[in-house]
Structures are given as C-alpha cells and as structure tokens.
Design a protein around this ligand. Structure first.
Ligand code: AMP
Length: 169
C-alpha cells in the first residue's frame, strides 16, 4: 500500500546530492540487532511479522540503501530522497507503526526518543539556532504516503507559512 502510493518510488541506488553521514552508524545493542533481523523481508516482501514491509522497513533492515544519519535500538534517521529543504531528514521508529492512529501507550518512550534524536540531528546539522520544522503526516488528509510512522525534520532556510493552502474555510 505505502510503496504503491509513494509518488516517487525509490530506485534503490540514488543518494541525495550533498548528503553526508553526520553520525557514524552504530551497531544497535543485542535486542536491536534481533529486531532488525526480525524486520527483514522475504523475496515476496512479506515480513516475518506477517505484513507487507514498507519501504522504510526495508531501509531499517538494510535491504534498501539510504543515507543513514542516526541509528539506535529504537529509532533510525535517514535523508529524505526528495528533500523539500536544504536539510530534510526522516526520523522513524524501528518498530513498524503505520500511522499516529496506531500508536499505543507502550510506544511513548520511543516517540519521546524521536524528539531527542531530532534535537541532536538539528544540532549536528547546524540548524538548531535558526530553527526548523518537525512534521508528522497522518493518513489521507495529512498527506501521508508511506505507512510507517515518520517525523520530517526540515530546515536550513526559512520554511515559509506552515500550510501552503492558506486558511481553512
Ligand atoms: P509522507 O508524505 O509524510 O508519508 O512522507 C514520505 C516521505 O518519504 C516523502 O518525503 C518521500 O520523499 C520520502 N521517501 C520515500 N521513499 C524514500 C526512500 N526510499 N528514501 C528516503 N525517503 C523516501
């Protein structure tokens, strides 16, 4: 569903021009490594968890190349393939949560950690002081196209008004 809906399917090879690693990719602790293995996909794209893997699950599992800027046992962050600002990083939980609607109380720590990682990446990218924007889209009206929860971190230039379409109503 998510990959079919993505307007720009990733060719699996392209890297964003000028992208660079700002964190070394670290091995997750034992629990994390087990998780990544469990998130792996078969040839049919079916995860061992019994659902179709999104493109982000494949990135987390290392099956599709991406420019990873941070990885730990809870969260992975990588550069958006179609950047909408000089800095555009996606921060995703390693656990495949489809949308904000699918969050459970047990996810609270991971979700909080996503903000901590966003803060650190903004600092490393040199955009913290001038400011940046964090966006989480949900479902059709939110414009979500990849159904693995993710936070957009955008910055590096003035981002303009929050919404392109003007006022509601
Ligand atoms: P959303 O509309 O919030 O679901 O955003 C999905 C984002 O994923 C878009 O900004 C896409 O450019 C980005 N994206 C899709 N495929 C990839 C990929 N393979 N690597 C990095 N970013 C991707």
């Amino acid at each position: 569903m998510s990959e079919m809906a993505c307007p720009k399917p990733y060719d699996g090879h392209t890297k964003v021009a000028g992208a660079r690693e700002i964190f070394s990719t670290v091995d997750a602790p034992a629990g994390g490594r087990v998780f990544f293995a469990a998130a792996g996909t078969s040839d049919a794209g079916q995860t061992r968890r019994g659902h179709m893997a999104t493109i982000f699950e494949k990135i987390i599992a290392g099956e599709i190349p991406s420019t990873i800027v941070h990885r730990d046992e809870r969260v992975t962050a990588f550069r958006d393939i179609s950047p909408q600002a000089p800095v555009h990083v996606l921060i995703v939980p390693n656990k495949p949560i489809a949308t904000v609607n699918d969050i459970t109380d047990d996810d609270e720590r991971t979700l909080g950690h996503m903000f901590v990682v966003a803060r650190d990446i903004a600092q490393k990218e040199g955009i913290a002081e001038n400011g940046f924007r964090l966006i989480v889209n949900c479902n059709k009206h939110g414009g979500q196209v990849v159904f693995h929860l993710h936070m957009h971190l955008l910055g590096g230039a003035p981002l303009g008004p929050m919404l392109a379409g003007g006022k509601h109503g």
